[in-house]
Design a protein around this ligand. Structure first.
Ligand code: FAD
Length: 457
């Protein structure tokens, strides 16, 4: 746990906001205390007994009452703290936040010893007075706080953040400190629309393209320590990211093993007279993405030729599964919480001319039937059971060409949504909703999405 602490008016809330904006979780101890007053009837009762009803409001303890105690009655404040801190610290321990913003920290020795680092925000007294005055607090009160800060003792893990300059300077200092805790291979604030075939999506807070298994392990360890959600990305040909991006780490696999393109696999096999997956030509994904989705077309699916798949768990364990153990079914596999690293294939020996002919035919078919001139993410819905076609169902609802914003249900293929130029994820989701409702109303069929909507919350 990291703590952000500092005197009243020093700017620790600003520092906390920079950390949050950078993509990390920060728990506000003050807000948590109030949440506890509100929820914990026992605590409220104790406070009412000691301090009388003026301390209590309908939703918990009165903030005005606490403010007054902070500045005017140190003895009563100590009493209040002795009642509240055990409950508060217990709750903080339970939640185990990555960062905690806590003005009270220096008074709780045991608590302080649990911190990996303590970031103390400092501002000179005149500045603090000005800031307090801005908030309607008179300057004489600053002194009370100053004396208490000397109790903060564990210097070896203390990092100081000078907040006497501009907000920009303070922010840069915070980002520099944060940078010490972010592996070098991670980039920040990377635009995701560049990495999806839909050309939609805001920034990823964190982004990395690991070049080997060790780097993947490093990323997982970091995500665990800093409670950062992550998303594995292949070529982004079946993914929709939100307009406000992904508030976690996007791990793009492109530099080794299953991060290679499906096309390169088919091509290499074909060069050796090996077929069996040649009809998947034109699917613009990686090998890993195709295995995860069990991609298929024209009666072939990638699982047909799989011998075994190796993946890595979040804990860094590598598992190799046989085809049967991969539990492949229509557009689905077992790999929900694992990252596919590599696979072995059993291709079918075939004359090269047949492989070449099949590839050429399916590519021509795609060119004719799919709206490849616009950014898209392939089929939006899975085909329902009983040989029904999602595209035909959507088409019979007269939805071809229907648009929301710059997203359009393709005029060529009703199961494709195309980006006609700066379409947003919001537009696409609204179209998906419209399709689901129409098909349900008119055909009584519940369509299931094939496209993956990446969510960090
Ligand atoms: C024009 C077009 C045509 C298409 N035609 C077809 C088609 O005929 N048949 C078909 O099945 N699909 C088709 N698709 C959809 C898409 O190409 C496939 O689903 C493809 O397999 C996705 O691979 P990807 O690398 O782009 O995965 P992404 O889109 O990047 O990711 C898809 C999902 O796989 C996961 N994932 C990716 N890599 C890994 C990994 N290494 N380990 C674990 N999880 C991983 C992601 O987390 C995500 O949940 C088409 C798409 C387009 C744009």
């Amino acid at each position: 746990m990291f703590a952000i602490t500092g005197l009243i008016g020093s700017g620790k809330s600003f520092v906390a906001s920079v950390i949050r904006e950078a993509g990390f979780e920060v728990l506000d101890a003050d807000a948590l205390a109030h949440e506890l007053y509100e929820k914990n009837a026992e605590l409220r009762k104790k406070i009412a007994q000691e301090f009388g009803n003026e301390a209590i409001t309908a939703s918990g303890i009165s903030r005005v009452y606490i403010s007054n105690l902070v500045f005017s009655d140190p003895e009563k404040l100590k009493l209040l703290e002795s009642i509240v801190y055990p409950v508060l610290l217990d709750e903080i321990e339970k939640r185990n936040p990555v960062f905690i913003e806590a003005a009270v920290l220096h008074k709780c020795y045991n608590f302080v010893t649990k911190m990996k680092q303590i970031w103390v925000v400092e501002a000179n007294e005149d500045l603090r007075k000005d800031r307090l005055l801005e908030r309607g607090i008179t300057d004489g009160r600053v002194e009370v706080q100053k004396a208490e800060s000397s109790e903060l003792r564990i210097e070896s893990c203390v990092r100081r953040i000078d907040n006497n300059g501009t907000k920009e300077e303070c922010k840069n200092k915070v980002l520099e400190l944060l940078g010490e805790h972010i592996p070098d291979i991670i980039q920040r604030d990377i635009l995701l629309k560049k990495y999806t075939t839909f050309k939609i999506g805001g920034n990823a807070k964190f982004f990395a393209e690991p070049k080997d298994i060790e780097e993947i392990r490093t990323l997982f360890v970091w995500c665990r320590e800093f409670k950062i959600p992550y998303f594995i990305l292949g070529k982004g040909s079946n993914v929709l990211f939100d307009d406000d991006g992904y508030k976690g780490l996007v791990i793009k696999l492109s530099k080794f093993g299953a991060g290679n393109s499906l096309h390169s696999l088919i091509q290499n096999a074909a060069n050796q007279g090996l077929g069996g997956l040649e009809k998947l030509e034109g699917i613009p994904g990686t090998i890993g993405g195709a295995i995860f989705m069990n991609a298929g077309a024209h009666g072939q699916q990638i699982s047909d030729c799989i011998k075994s798949v190796s993946s890595i768990t979040e804990n860094g364990k590598i598992i190799t599964r046989t085809k049967e153990e991969c539990k492949f079914s229509y557009r689905s596999s077992i790999f929900k919480n694992e990252t596919i690293l590599s696979a072995e294939f059993n291709f079918v020996p075939m004359p090269k001319e047949i492989i070449y002919k099949n590839r050429k035919e399916v590519l021509a078919w795609r060119k004719e039937k799919q709206p490849l001139q616009y950014p898209n993410a392939g089929s939006i819905f899975k085909n329902p059971a009983n040989n029904l076609s999602a595209g035909a169902l959507i088409e019979s609802c007269n939805l071809k060409g229907f648009s929301i914003g710059n997203a359009q249900i393709s005029e060529l293929h009703a199961n494709f949504i195309v980006n006609k130029g700066n379409a947003t994820a919001k537009d696409v989701k609204a179209l998906i909703e419209k399709i689901v409702q129409s098909v349900k109303e008119i055909h009584g069929v519940e369509l299931e999405r094939e496209i993956i909507i990446a969510q960090s919350k």
